[in-house]
Design a protein around this ligand. Structure first.
Ligand SMILES: CC(C)(COP(=O)(O)OP(=O)(O)OC[C@H]1O[C@@H](n2cnc3c(N)ncnc32)[C@H](O)[C@@H]1OP(=O)(O)O)[C@@H](O)C(=O)NCCC(=O)NCCS
Length: 184
């Protein structure tokens, strides 16, 4: 098992989300509910409850130890608030050595190029410490911020999947992209 990620960047502290973060994680999602809602599955009221958040974190901790997921939070070095999320999930080994990545940033921190700062060390961890060969990301055509972010990170378009994910209550087409480990 690789060492737990613990990365300091200029504007953030990137680390695994743990059970001490339940309130912070719930607050991150609650205060960004409107900001995230066009790009996420419908979140029922239960999603924001303490118990649900705790269970999600416990599940992610188990999945980290089972080599299935790396759920990262980015925390503000000044006040320790969670300001971004980078979640590598569905890790598959064997000849594929791949996973998906999902990400978001707090509305107050959007538009400052911060994801361009936070994502590369996260991807570096997956490539260099976890030996992942391919990271896949998908986005809706209308999510231009996501499109620009991925392109700048070097993700390449690989396809177009119709009716791919249920987002905000509607089955939405998605652009499929991937970044291959540059050192493989
Ligand atoms: C996706 C997300 C993480 C990007 O955050 P960010 O890196 O702060 O995004 P930015 O605002 O810097 O936008 C990135 C680039 O897209 C550009 N952009 C923004 N809106 C645009 C539009 N409508 N058309 C074209 N370009 C656009 C920005 O100008 C910026 O480029 P610049 O640095 O040259 O100004 C953030 O928007 C977010 O959390 N969204 C909600 C959750 C989400 O969508 N997650 C991803 C699901 S696939």
């Amino acid at each position: 098992m690789p060492a737990k990620p613990d990365i300091i960047t200029t504007n953030g502290h990137v680390r695994l989300i743990n059970t001490g973060d339940v309130a912070e994680l719930a607050d991150y999602y609650l205060r960004n509910r409107t900001h995230f809602s066009p790009w996420e599955p419908v979140r029922g009221r239960d999603f924001y409850r303490h118990e649900t958040m705790l269970n999600r974190i416990l599940e992610a901790e188990g999945a980290f130890h089972a080599d299935k997921q790396v759920k990262l939070g980015v925390f503000c070095p000044q006040d320790q608030r969670m300001i971004a999320s980078v979640d590598f999930s569905q890790i598959v080994r064997g000849p594929l050595q791949a996973c998906f990545v999902g990400y978001s940033i707090d509305a107050q921190y959007q538009g400052q190029g911060l994801m361009q700062e936070f994502m590369p060390p996260c991807l570096g961890y997956m490539f260099n410490q976890c030996n992942i060969h391919r990271v896949m990301a998908t986005y809706m055509m209308s999510n231009q911020r996501s499109a620009v972010l991925l392109e700048r990170l070097g993700f390449e378009k690989e396809g177009y999947a119709k009716s791919y994910l249920n987002i905000a209550g509607t089955w939405e087409d998605h652009i499929l992209t991937a970044l291959v480990n540059p050192s493989h």
